[in-house]
Ligand binder design. Structure first.
Ligand code: 3HC
Length: 309
């Protein structure tokens, strides 16, 4: 092992951060580019399901809050694209990989948002699951990713509260509103649990990710953590668990749950979910429609650069 690899391993061992200028194994760089770019794509594509309700929000306040949340997600995407760029990939390459189906984004965003209660379920469950994963990622070994997570987690907490507030309004509202809240919970519960990825034994990347401390806690560990603290929130709302086998297991100290439908998961991940085509078509259209904005910004940057030089 040469001195560079030894230095890299020592930094990982001591849980110190790997910075962009540090030597790193090519496979470590590729692993991070894959994960971080897909994380960024998820943040950006994730704006679509919520944008779908912006013009139909039931009050000015709920519209303002939803708009603020969506704008936060755009910012999270930009932080994460910038983190990936420190690893040597350009924004253009990442967007091209997304458009060509060579890069993924979180499966959850391929489900439709059918009612206003879905805005509650998305904020509460999707952002809640994302927080569980991202709080853990604050300790990831790559410095820019870790620092980006600290900033993002602060804003995600607002997102989760925003969703849970909607769920409380609906669950404690009229019988029809409570029914909408229950329907949204039923539709989003299992897809939200799939956000944590396949079981550890079936995960292609987890063991290496844990060795490099890119991943600090495993897919199944984080999923169980999310289940354990969300079940109590379901009970507080007076809603029924979507999983008939969800029950406290005194022996393990966790909630038992039904097996997951991995055929559905991989079907959605591989592009055959309810909204995959719609999400990608929309991203491509908006990206092309806004080409002039990128060109104008680049021209202005070049002009000011030459003036300063
Ligand atoms: N949706 C789509 N693809 C998924 C997935 C999901 N829910 N879970 C796993 N996959 C993919 C992986 O990307 C990998 O495919 P690839 O080799 O083509 O990249 C394959 O399935 C095998 O999964 P692994 O568990 O082995 O992969 P990872 O070790 O990368 O773990 C992960 C998956 C836990 C999602 C990890 O990548 C991760 O922690 N990513 C960062 C967090 C993230 O991306 N969250 C997405 C949601 S962001 C969000 O919700 C925004 C919020 O503001 C609403």
């Amino acid at each position: 092992m040469d001195k560079f690899e030894a230095a890299f391993n020592e930094l990982i061992e001591k849980e110190l951060k790997i910075e962009p200028r540090d030597w790193m194994p090519e496979k470590y760089r590729e692993h991070l580019i894959r994960q971080v770019s897909q994380h960024a794509h998820s943040e950006v594509i994730g704006m679509q399901p919520e944008g779908n309700w912006l013009l139909r929000a039931p009050s000015l306040r709920s519209k303002q809050v939803l708009l603020a949340k969506i704008q936060d997600e755009a910012g999270h995407g930009l932080y994460l694209y910038s983190v990936a760029e420190t690893l040597g990939i350009s924004r253009q390459e990442m967007v091209q990989q997304l458009h060509e189906g060579k890069a993924k984004y979180s499966s959850i965003f391929n489900y439709p948002t059918l009612t206003w209660a879905d805005m509650g379920a998305v904020g509460w469950l999707v952002d809640g699951a994302a927080i569980t994963n991202q709080v853990s990622l604050q300790r990831t070994s790559y410095g820019p990713y870790s620092r980006g997570m600290v900033r993002i987690c602060k804003e995600e907490s607002f997102h989760q509260r925003q969703g849970y507030e909607i769920m409380m309004q609906m669950a404690f509202g009229t019988p029809e509103q409570k029914e909408m809240a229950q329907d949204a919970l039923n539709r989003f519960w299992f897809p939200a649990l799939m956000m944590f990825g396949p079981h550890d034994k079936d995960s292609a990347h987890s063991s290496q990710a844990m060795k490099w401390k890119i991943k600090i806690e495993s897919n199944d560990h984080l999923r169980q953590k999310f289940i354990d603290h969300t079940v109590k929130q379901i009970e507080y709302l007076g809603l029924k668990s979507p999983d008939p086998n969800m029950k406290w297991n005194e022996a393990t100290g966790h909630y038992d749950h039904s097996p997951f439908n991995w055929d559905e998961f991989w079907n959605v991940v591989n592009g055959n979910g309810p909204c995959n085509q719609e999400r990608l078509d929309h991203h491509k259209k908006v990206h092309n429609d806004n080409k002039w904005v990128r060109e104008a910004a680049a021209a202005y940057a070049l002009k000011t650069e030459t003036q300063v030089a």
